[in-house]
Structures are given as C-alpha cells and as structure tokens.
Design a protein around this ligand. Structure first.
Ligand code: M6R
Length: 365
C-alpha cells in the first residue's frame, strides 16, 4: 500500500535511507571498516583485466557511474553499453573477464541476451538484481542482490540508489584486492559510506524548495541537464526520469559537450539543470553554466554549500545539498533529481506510477 503517500514513487523515494542501509549491511562490515561479502566469489578482482557491463535504462546509468568508480579507484578498465546494442555488437572478448549485469527485475530481455552472449564467450557472469528469483539471477555465477524491496513505480528510484550502493561496495573491494587502497583508506571509505543514509535523509528534506522549481518546470516544453564526471550519468538519469513521468522533452549532455552543438538550443525559454557538487569538476562545469547564462538560459544549479558560495550568477535557482564525500555524490545527488521529476509530473497531473506507454519490466526486445 502507498500508506500516507500520494504515489508509490513518492513512497519509494522516501524508503531510500532504510533500503540503502539494509543493502549496504549485506556488503560491508561497518564494525571492522571493511567490505565483506556473504559468500566467496567465483572470480577474483585481483586478476581481472576488464569488466564488461551491460544493462538498460536506469540500470545502465548505474553502470555508467560505476565505470567512473572502477576505473578511478580500482584501476580496472570497464566497457559499458546498453544491452540492446551490446547483444548484437559481436564484441570480441578475452576469456576470463568479468561481465556484470544490472537489472531491477532480472527479466529484461536485452540484458538477458547480453548475459548469454558473455557466457558463450567465456566470461564470469555476475549480476546485480533486485528480484532474486529472476531469470538473470538464475543464470549468473554470482548474484549481488539489492535489498530495495518491491519497486512498484515504473520510474526506478530506490532500485537505482541500491544498485549504486552495491556497485560502490564492489569498487572498494576491487580496489583493496588490487592493492590500490590501504587498510586505512578502506576504513575511511567505509566510514564515508556509513553516512549515506544520513545524507539521503538530508537530501529528502529538499523536497519543498524543489517543489517551487518544479512548479515552473511543469510549464516548459524542453529541459537540458548538464554534468561532468559522475554527475554526467546523473544528468542522464535526471532527463530520463523527467521524460518518463512528466512527458517533458529532456536531454542530457556532458557539460563539456555543450559547445559542440546543444548550446545552439539555448534561449530564455530553455531551463538548464546543472549538477555540480563542489569537486574537481566544479569550476569547469560552472564555466559551461556561464555560457548558458550569457544566452539567457534559466539555470537550476544543484550543488553544495561550498558550490553555492562560489556561484556568482545572481539570476539562478540553487538547490543547496549537504556537503558529502566526493565518492558518495552520485548516490546522494540522485535524490534532488528524482524529486524534481516527481514534483514536476505531480503538478502536471500525469499518472506518475504508471506513465503512458511504459511497462515496469521489459521482457521483449
Ligand atoms: O528491470 P530492469 O532494471 O532491467 O529495467 C531496466 C529499465 O527498463 C528501467 O530501468 C527503466 O529505464 C526505468 N523505467 C527507469 O526509470
């Protein structure tokens, strides 16, 4: 039941602190400051030369975030593709690699076909699934469950942040096994991760200021999302969520791509959502944002206190997030993006939980 919530999506967004906590407790031993899996892995991150990921929709976007993490923290090259492309691409694969599939339902046809291709090509098969009795889970050598509970809303919210939580745990494990972090560094990362539920709770409190912005967005026809680094996949997720439930046309670009085309779209009628925590990419993203402002685009900046302090634009909306360790930002910044899509759709009065033309589980290609 929806309890006191208007939609399942709203309820599921608010469940995130709890289900993330629950999911993490399956991967991390907070007392010892270490990642600890419940069962042995049939492969070792230490010897891996490559990870190949494939998935669809929001699950694909979770994988895209993880590519940045695995490459940066564990120094493993990652290939990632949408499953509908990967399955027919005839990608050459070196035997003994790890193929990682991400799926809430565990039944997505293209993801399953990609899994079978990788099995035929000598890969270790691992999957991150929310439905543990699913076909993808059954056909995997290793299963990494998300403990998000049933997700009813067609727009994925809690499954996404739980997928990211599992992926982050695996990244820390891989970094340790490959000797890229020390015991102390692992403990520091685990300490940061232990604060995730708290940060998610703080981000949920931004629902009210975001509602004001959403009221205005509900009247526009097009919206652009920009981000750099791990905020780029977040921009993709923001645009996907918004179009799914509000039917507003939204597109996402890596902020650095702006001047390679999309800037031609900018005028006073174009809102641009800029995702920019105060990290190593902040200055560059903000300079892209100024190019938008110079062409009268309306900016909605999602940043933290430090980022808000450094922002010199007067005429822009700022959503001020809690300051979080850099590695956590893709998980915490998922919240304002979900809330923005949700409230915009709610103002428009669409069927948020069952948007037109969409199915929760896509079992045909
Ligand atoms: O069940 P799966 O995670 O495999 O589903 C993948 C996509 O169909 C799914 O994430 C879809 O994009 C969502 N509706 C996004 O909100």
């Amino acid at each position: 039941s929806k309890g006191n919530y208007k939609h399942f999506m709203e309820k599921e967004m608010h469940e995130q602190p709890e289900v993330i906590q629950h999911t993490l407790s399956n991967y991390i031993d907070f007392a010892s400051g270490k990642v600890r899996l419940k069962s042995e892995l049939p492969f070792s991150f230490k010897d891996l030369r490559r990870i190949t990921m494939s998935a669809c929709g929001t699950a694909y976007i979770a994988g895209l975030v993880a590519k940045y993490w695995f490459e940066r923290y564990a120094r493993i090259p990652v290939d990632i593709d949408v499953a509908s492309e990967f399955r027919y691409r005839e990608a050459p694969m070196e035997e003994g690699g790890l193929s990682l599939f991400i799926s809430q339902s565990g039944e997505t046809a293209d993801t399953l076909a990609s899994l079978r291709y990788c099995r035929e090509n000598g890969q270790h098969i691992a999957s991150i699934v929310n439905v543990q009795e699913s076909t993808i889970a059954r056909e995997s050598d290793a299963i990494f469950p998300t403990i998000a509970g049933p997700e009813i809303g067609v727009a994925s919210t809690k499954a996404f942040t739980c997928q990211l939580s599992v992926l982050l745990s695996l990244v820390i494990l891989a970094a340790r096994e490959r000797g890229k972090i020390t015991v102390e560094e692992e403990a520091e990362l685990v300490q940061a991760v232990s604060e995730l539920p708290k940060f998610i709770r703080q981000a949920l409190k931004l629902s009210e200021p975001i509602t004001h912005i959403a009221r205005r967005l509900s009247k526009v026809d097009n919206i652009l999302y920009l981000g750099r680094g791990t905020s780029f996949p977040l921009a993709l997720e923001g645009a996907l969520k918004l179009k799914e439930i509000s039917y507003i046309h939204a597109e996402a670009y890596a902020a650095g791509e702006l001047k390679h085309g999309p800037i031609a779209l900018i005028d006073e009628s174009m809102p641009v959502v800029v995702i920019a925590p105060f990290d190593g990419s902040y200055e560059k993203t903000v300079s892209n944002m100024q190019e938008v402002a110079a062409r009268d685009g309306q900016i909605i900046l999602i940043t933290d206190e430090e980022g808000a302090k450094h922002n010199s634009l007067e005429d822009c909306d700022v959503v001020v997030m809690p300051k979080v360790p850099e590695i956590l930002s893709p998980i915490v910044y998922a919240l304002p993006i979900q809330l923005l899509a949700y409230h915009t759709a709610d103002f428009m009065g669409t069927d948020v939980d069952q948007p037109r033309n969409l199915a929760k589980s896509v079992t045909v290609e």
